[in-house]
Design a protein around this ligand. Structure first.
Ligand code: ZN
Ligand code: ZN
Length: 133
């Protein structure tokens, strides 16, 4: 049975479906991924065999490659949300862009030497079920 995972951007203009399994799931803490996502780390799923079908809004999908590097991102030109892209035949899917659950656990935290100064012992930070206040 082929596994199908649906996703899309924040504004809803772009929707897609990924068909197939993911091979790896990396949480990258490098400075480029932190800038790119505005967060502690990127969370990207990788697949060498899965295929993507853009259901709606393909015209809104834009790409950016940092000059002189292999760092690239794909995003909705209307809302800026991260979207999947293909890199050397490898499908790269930002985990947060998916609406359906995935049965893969992260493979590893990578580029940990470049973590943000506050990005340590996060399991010790209080957790709230909803918003504060
Ligand atoms: Zn959007
Ligand atoms: Zn990175």
């Amino acid at each position: 049975m082929t596994q199908t995972t649906g996703g899309g951007c924040l504004c809803g203009a772009v929707t897609f479906e990924v068909e197939g399994a993911f091979d790896a799931f990396f949480l990258c803490h490098c400075a480029r991924c932190r800038k790119d996502t505005g967060s502690a780390h990127a969370a990207n799923l990788f697949s060498g065999s899965a295929t993507i079908t853009w259901l709606t809004g393909k015209a809104f999908v834009k790409g950016y490659r940092l000059p002189g590097t292999r760092h690239e991102r794909s995003f909705c030109s209307q809302c800026g949300s991260a979207l999947p892209r293909t890199d050397d035949g490898m499908l790269v899917v930002p985990a947060g862009s998916l609406d359906d659950p995935v049965d893969v656990r992260p493979t590893a935290h990578i580029s940990c030497a470049y973590r943000a100064s506050w990005d340590h012992d996060l399991h010790e930070v209080p957790e709230m079920a909803g918003l504060p206040g």
